[in-house]
Design a protein around this ligand. Sequence first.
Ligand code: 26V
Length: 808
Amino acid sequence: MNSPTPEAIALNAAIDEQLLKTVGVARQDATSTDLMKAVAQVAREQLSERWVQTQGADRDNKARRVYYLSMEFLIGRTLSNALGALRLTDAAMQGMTDHAHTLEEIVDQEPDAALGNGGLGRLAACFLDSMANLGLPSFGYGIRYEYGMFKQKIVGGAQTELPDPWLADGTPWEFPRADISFPVRFGGWVEHIGDRAVWRHAGEVVAKAYDMVVPGYGTKKVSTLRLWKAVAPADLDLQAFNTGDYGRAAQVKNEFENISWVLYPNDSTPAGRELRLRQEYFFVAASVRDILLRHMVEHGTLDNLHDFVAMHLNDTHPAIAVAELMHVLCDEHSMPWAKAWEICQKTFSYTNHTLMPEALETWPVGLMQHVLPRHLEIILRINAEFLALAAKHRPGDNGFLARLSLIDESGERRVRMANLSVVGSHMINGVSALHSDLLVKTLFADFASLWPERFTNMTNGITPRRWLSQANPGLATLLDKNIGPDWRNHLDQLKQVEAKQDDAAFRAEFMTIKHANKRRLAALIEKTTGIKVSPDSLFDVQIKRIHEYKRQLLNVLHVIWRYQAILASPDAQWVPRVTIFAGKAASSYMSAKSIIHLIHDVGNVINNDPRIGDKLKLVFIPNYGVSVAEVIMPGADLSEQISTAGTEASGTGNMKLALNGALTIGTDDGANIEIRENVGDDNIFIFGLRTPEVQAMKQGGYQPMRLYENNPGLKAVLDAIAGGQFSPNEPGRYRGLVDALLWGGDHYMLLADYASYIETQTRVDALYAQPEAWARKAIINMANMGSFSSDRTIAQYAKEIWNIPVAP
Ligand code: 26V
């Protein structure tokens, strides 16, 4: 055994000290959780130093900063990431051996910070990582949810939801800022005194700041994630306390504090609930006040706010910030409306993350009046002035004005948050080339006709530190050996290994690493589901939120087709395959939950059919989240990205999987298109209708029943589901799912893409049967992912939207 390095000796001494001083246990009694806490404390102290330095420097330089406002930050675990940034990973590995543990085991003790639903929240976390890495003066602002994304437990094949009290044992990573808090007001009415508006609010809650430090990898700079917790005002209902009515006092307190209790776990339909609107305003109001205070301290005036402050709206969730900034500038700082409006538009920018009409936020005017009466007034004034301007462009076109209006007047009057975001911003972007193009052609076509120069594209990206360096240490080491370690900060350098596809020894090493990652994934599958799978099979992976548009059901149809085909030709040379699903369904989204149930029912039949053996397995890994993803991504051979063309704004799992050497089977959708452009047509499996064909077929009268009648294979698959073959105890269980395809119009056109999908899957088999050819393509995929680093994305935002210099 190697003798410990000086770094490991120093680290171990520091860990022992923390075990004693902060955790309160003796070295020999420390459990793995104790060790996790002690190592985290050591890292925390070192990060804290970097933090103080960064903030001091940014203050002294009067830096222009970006403030990323987001309801969600899906950060996952912090320990490995922090050790990597501090270059302490090797020392910690050695140190833990001395403590008779492995670093992996220690790291596993940390709960995920699951403060997000899916892609939008994880993107915000990758972005913060890149902002720190690029040394961008930056803050993320969000909510310190007491309960994050629910935990998914599968009971009898069905999803159940359990709470996620991730803060129950505290977290070593937050810094409570006792001195930073702001009152946030709600309700009441507005008085107009002369030309001044005074908001006589009815209630107030206090927002308290909790910071998390976001370390950079390539620099000693850090970024800050500031999360707000709601607490009742100190003087709250003292009377109830004084009279000893503690029950009543606690109830009143809870009514205030519930604002930051729980993340809304629904990314398919807007919550539409008063508490959600309160959450949105709560964190926006506190953040805007914090930002303006910092600006005033540094500059002493708000006249130049837009010169030093860029505020970014991560989807429409923080859009009320537009009205809040107007409220503060005009009502509290007596700035003239026109001047405030100019500053406002120069300060904000907005990213749209979905075209799905059901996910677009609107708030009933009556509710807005009740919760934020002054903000409603402001929105109505913005709207009146905006519509007057728009009317000059197309006089007499009332349809145009009705579509542009911030108020939807078609039924119960509602405030359209997307329209407010567009009108209040100087730049608006989509998240992939296709999505940004569709935005200006569909959802925002009218706005784009007014302001074409405001619309742009910023294709998403992912942080290579977490998604390759940390998640796939085997592959990271291989890359270090071949091209040195700098790819972590300059992912373009991966291009240098493309030529290695011709090197048989490199290919062998690459595939040996993949195999080890598959064994690790197989172990996770066995641990969480009890199902044994062979790592020699093709690992076919679809991991993401469960949504009809993402078409997990199409994948299941393929699995059933394969099952039937194997039974029909048991002696054919089947490429053994394990189809792996993971993902959560919104608790109220019945068809998504039904798809999860179907996956389990079909898996039960196939996995226990002795005629099938290792030729086919179907598994569902429960409780998908960042940490589970870090194990699945490196072990995948095939990445399923099969949304109906035109529906997936970008996708980022597609990037993570390709970066880890999986080949993509996907539609011409979202960032799949740009992945194809980078890896080349021969190294990706694209199938199905393209967006214009989807649109044309919808208009031309799509007839799914025809496809069913004319394709015997498809018919057999759907009949098996509808006939109860997989749910013998309840034969009608999936009638609804099948009826929606055959009689309900098959909204996401699964049947239209079915034949193309099956045919493409057989091409996948053929390639997998040639391991050397497969290895070459896997290497080519990884080597061409350079432009999908979130460093590239953030550098582009900084240059083209936020106007903040980044060192090249
Ligand atoms: C909507 C709502 C409605 C109210 C309740 C809470 C909630 C939470 C999230 C959402 C919208 C989710 C939109 C979203 O996650 N879009 C995804 O964004 C990814 C990053 O840009 C992108 O890769 C995915 O394609 C896109 O679906």
